[in-house]
Design a protein around this ligand. Sequence first.
Ligand code: DI6
Ligand code: FE
Length: 402
Amino acid sequence: MTGNYVLTDARLATMASSDTPYGLIEDGAVAVSDGRIVWAGPREKLSADNFPWEQRSLGGRLVTPGLIDCHTHIVFGGNRAMEFEMRLNGASYEEVARAGGGIVSTVSATRTASLEDLVQGALPRLEALIAEGAAVVEVKSGYGLDLDTELNMLRAARRLGNLRPVTVKTTFLGAHATPGEYKGRDDDYIDQVCIPALRAAHAEGLVDAVDGFCENIAFSPAQIERVFKAAQELGLPVKLHAEQLSHQGGTALAADYGALSVDHVEYATEDDAKAMAASGSVAVILPGAFYTIRETQAPPIDHFREHGVPMALATDCNPGSSPLTSLLLTMNMGCTLFRMTPEEALAGVTRNAARALGLADRGQIAAGMRADLAVWDVETPAELAYRIGFNPLYTRIHEGTQ
Ligand code: DI6
Ligand code: FE
């Protein structure tokens, strides 16, 4: 289905601002024209005169905005199942590292992969996300850590968006880790590799946003700030992995730079929440990583609520700390592990995820938005977050095309 049409007999969880939870419209209709929503509301108010187009009944099914995974690392070489197994057989962190495990193993597998290998490796992960209703997926670099491979990762991400009916947003994450050849010389890596690679990637039109990993095992706020300054010079928005394992002050820095989002944030404080509220940054909650590394410090959801910080939820799909390709399971984890409400969980993979990517015309069912829709075989929106390991997607529409 494409072109101009009207969807009827639909229960709409519009996620648009409204007095009703989920912006719910019980017996709704959506008019779509050339990939955009031109009208959405109660069916009784739909005038056939205005939209004399083909009508399609959805049989009372639930319709949500197409889902958005606003934080992924789906492009990488190899996998880390071997170290997962080693650890569960009692190997220590050092033994895993000595066997070539950890992030360095992904970096070497990514460096030896061709562009085509990277695309083919990522496709099943992307397809798993799409199969659960994703219409927009963000993809980060950060496993190349040299100029050529960082660019190759981003080219692979762009190609994924051409191969499948999904919108891919790319994020440069050169400041993810220091590669072996720069061991002990983090500052040199930032100045000699990361920032030049960012400029080269931007010159090739490969960068929608710039990210970093601010952590005691990664980069300091001062090092991240140099990357943010380079992003600012290029006119690119920033976001940051911050306060995941400890409190380093990355959130305050990101807020100072008007970050689109601050991600992980388990160790963020109330002051961090206030700074994020003031800068309009989204808190991107990543329960897959929390679960996988068996973290015990939950993000300060109450502070985010209290200070009006919008919360998104994302898979953080990566081979080490979150080999997760299900947004529905991510929603369930956000509710069960962090006590987010099912409505917050759905907002987290729609409206607020769009905002975390700086996308003003996605994540809601309303006139003017892109026609990204997910149609579900469920009665209530809470069922999406409630069930575990079940996919009730009936169909998905991306930019007006089914
Ligand atoms: N935070 C994480 O948990 C991952 N990266 C990041 O910035 C870890 C990535 C990996 O182990 O491959
Ligand atoms: Fe991440």
